[in-house]
Design a protein around this ligand. Structure first.
Ligand code: CP3
Length: 349
């Protein structure tokens, strides 16, 4: 077994923190760091649909590396989308700008579920190629930067599939889990297997960690999450167990942090709703935490934001290790210079 001193010396700071050893430098990256906040992203995306751009390996790799070159973050996150495995399996899904994923034929009945779950997984070769290209550039940097792979948790994917579009309360999805638990089980198992294949493709091509996004988990009660969502997240996380560190993130999840960890994650992503000290009190000091700068403060005067970031860092000290991030994705209107300043602040400590 390598000692924790060896880990500190040999692993990039992100992977040292994910493995539970505090690195010398506080690692930082941002959810949605690739995207509309960057002029170089808007430039290369011109004339290409969102999901199309994910399926062009050179373009997806280029976009993945843009925020690393600009901000000096400690990780790249693969540029793709949680609905890509659905699209590759043949689901009629588009990303509508300003709205999010829209499904041509929502999955509302047991017969709809059967039609969907008869689809096998799609061809992931474009994903593997994009990851390989991005990793080649990231590994060639003077200080190699690890790539994080990601996928959508089954509940968030099912919420889109059943509702057909983003929804505030997910009534149709929450109805199905109770009204037809057998159909719900088939739908969630299918979604879990698609995300597991997506994660494995990224790991096989060089991703050094993975993050499972359950953006809508917070719309469930603790018991509904525990019974009708967590077992399927656990199915995904088990499929990659032992390969790379696993991060589990959602929003509105203050009451289910331990359930999310126990689904099989070494690292728990925390949104802005509770402090990292309180999250650590709930999780126990052995769990690594990631987060949780409030994205709303990115537009505040720098002194206000700086104080907030310092507070997040101070509260993160109670955990086994901490990776600085936002509580949710970078808003498209963010001044990218502010993100660079946060990276400089984190690295100056
Ligand atoms: O930098 C990164 O974080 C990289 C990649 C990434 C994207 N989507 C690219 C993207 C990741 C990790 C995601 C995950 C994702 N996609 C989630 C989970 C995380 C979260 O934000 O809660 C969800 C729910 C989706 C579904 C989705 N895709 C939404 C809600 C949207 C926004 C639609 C809009 O226009 O407001 C997308 C589109 C999307 N995915 C963009 C990006 C960069 C914006 C596309 C554009 O340029 O118009």
């Amino acid at each position: 077994m390598p000692s924790s001193d060896d880990l500190r010396l040999t692993l990039p700071p992100l992977l040292s923190a994910y493995s539970g050893t505090r690195p010398d430098r506080l690692p930082v990256w941002f959810m949605r760091q690739a995207g509309r906040s960057l002029p170089e992203y808007r430039e290369v995306r011109k004339g290409t649909q969102m999901l199309e751009s994910c399926l062009r390996p050179e373009l997806a790799a280029e976009i993945t590396c843009q925020p690393v070159r600009r901000h000096g973050v400690d990780a790249a996150i693969f540029f793709s989308d949680i609905v890509i495995p659905l699209r590759l399996a043949g689901v009629d899904v588009e990303i509508v700008q300003g709205v999010g994923p829209v499904i041509g034929t929502p999955v509302r009945t047991a017969a709809d579920v059967d039609r969907l779950t008869a689809l096998p997984g799609g061809d992931l070769s474009a994903i593997r190629e994009a990851v390989r290209l991005a990793v080649a550039e990231l590994d060639a940097r003077p200080e190699p930067v690890p790539l994080i792979g990601f996928g959508g948790a089954p509940f968030t994917l099912a919420a889109y599939l059943v509702e057909g579009r983003p929804s505030r309360d997910h009534l149709a999805a929450r109805a199905m889990m109770h009204a037809d638990p057998a159909a719900w089980d088939r739908l969630m198992t299918w979604a879990a297997d698609r995300t597991a294949e997506f994660l494995l493709a990224q790991i096989d091509a060089g991703a050094r960690a993975v993050q499972l996004f359950d953006s809508w988990a917070g719309s469930l009660s603790v018991s509904d999450y525990t019974e009708h969502a967590a077992p399927y997240a656990a199915r995904v996380l088990a499929a990659v167990e032992g390969r790379v560190p696993r991060v589990h993130f959602g929003t509105g999840t203050s009451e289910i942090l331990t359930v999310m960890r126990d689904a099989g994650a070494e690292v728990v992503g925390v949104d802005h709703r509770i402090g990292l000290d309180e999250a650590t009190r709930r999780l126990g000091a052995g769990t690594v935490v990631q987060g949780n700068i409030d994205p709303a403060l990115l537009t505040a005067p720098w002194e206000v934001l700086e104080r907030h970031v310092e507070d997040v860092i101070a509260r993160g000290r109670s955990a086994a290790a901490h990776v600085l991030n936002l509580g949710h994705g970078v808003p498209p209107t963010t001044d990218p210079g502010v993100l660079t300043r946060i990276v400089e602040l984190a690295h100056s400590r």
